[in-house]
Design a protein around this ligand. Sequence first.
Ligand SMILES: CC(=O)SCCNC(=O)CCNC(=O)[C@H](O)C(C)(C)COP(=O)(O)OP(=O)(O)OC[C@H]1O[C@@H](n2cnc3c(N)ncnc32)[C@H](O)[C@@H]1OP(=O)(O)O
Ligand SMILES: CC(=O)CC(=O)O
Length: 301
Amino acid sequence: MSLSPSDHVRIVEVGARDGLQNEKTLLPAEVKIALIDRLSATGLATIEATSFVSPRWVPQLADAAEVFAGIRKVPGVRYPVLVPNLQGYERARAVGVREIAVFTAASEAFNRKNVNASIDESIERFVPVMERAKADGVAVRGYVSTVLGCPYQGEVPVADVVRVAERLHALGCYEISLGDTIGVGTPARARAMLRAVAQAVPMTALAVHFHDTYGQALANILACLEEGVRVVDSAVSGTGGCPYAKGATGNVASEDVVYMLHGMGLHTGVDLDLLVATGAWLAAQLHKETASRVTRARTAA
Ligand SMILES: CC(=O)SCCNC(=O)CCNC(=O)[C@H](O)C(C)(C)COP(=O)(O)OP(=O)(O)OC[C@H]1O[C@@H](n2cnc3c(N)ncnc32)[C@H](O)[C@@H]1OP(=O)(O)O
Ligand SMILES: CC(=O)CC(=O)O
């Protein structure tokens, strides 16, 4: 599908969840709340807020309930959270969550390390979650991780990605995000993978999620936009990585994605200046240099 200048691309900001989940320095809940409130002011329409996973597995997000309860919910902005099982769903609902994301992988080896279950077992856990979500009017997004490579199994056949994405869609996920968890993809492979999945799940129900380990993320996003996808996950300041994916580094930086999209004449509804200020602020909180090239360029003395 060709890109037209009037096209809108929805950014799913994952910095407060994927961005922070691998940070060793525990950030106080107030800082996470301030981060999300700042992001809400930028015009982003979807901000993944946190994760109701086991606090033993991801200590950084043990304060999920406090963070979710503390953020200012801007009308029109969606604040999904990650949920691995019914226990997570109940914790999320107790603080008023209205959208969740379930997650599994295309690689058995990675899924075992990440959620201590096979792909089939993890999907079985989603069945009661989906039933409850449907009854409660809660929207559910789905993630498929390791779509372009696995740190434990290596190659991941495209057919496995298609099969898992199709199952999540059939289960009732309104959108499936295809995750290059360890950032090994290149544009031709990303395009071929997306094209194959779009044979089984409508392109309008697909999103892409690239980590930038090998510096390919923006090129991969461009290839996928040309293929027809219009939803892109990214993390402010290029934070992120999965603690159970050896070698994974940060997500593509939201500032860099928005800069590219606006430069192409595409619409995001995001104020780049506010996003850059938020990215610089987050980097200061983490005592790190930002991974966003745009924020570095804009904030250089
Ligand atoms: C690519 C990505 O970025 S994906 C996101 C990053 N990765 C993650 O977040 C990993 C998340 N993984 C997990 O949380 C875990 O693997 C789980 C919960 C899915 C499964 O872990 P298991 O240890 O097999 O869970 P199990 O069901 O046996 O429960 C073990 C303990 O965890 C607790 N637990 C299970 N689920 C949850 C939950 N959602 N929230 C809080 N506690 C939980 C149980 O109560 C139990 O506690 P206890 O030992 O005090 O009785
Ligand atoms: C769940 C995710 O965060 C997606 C991924 O990186 O595989």
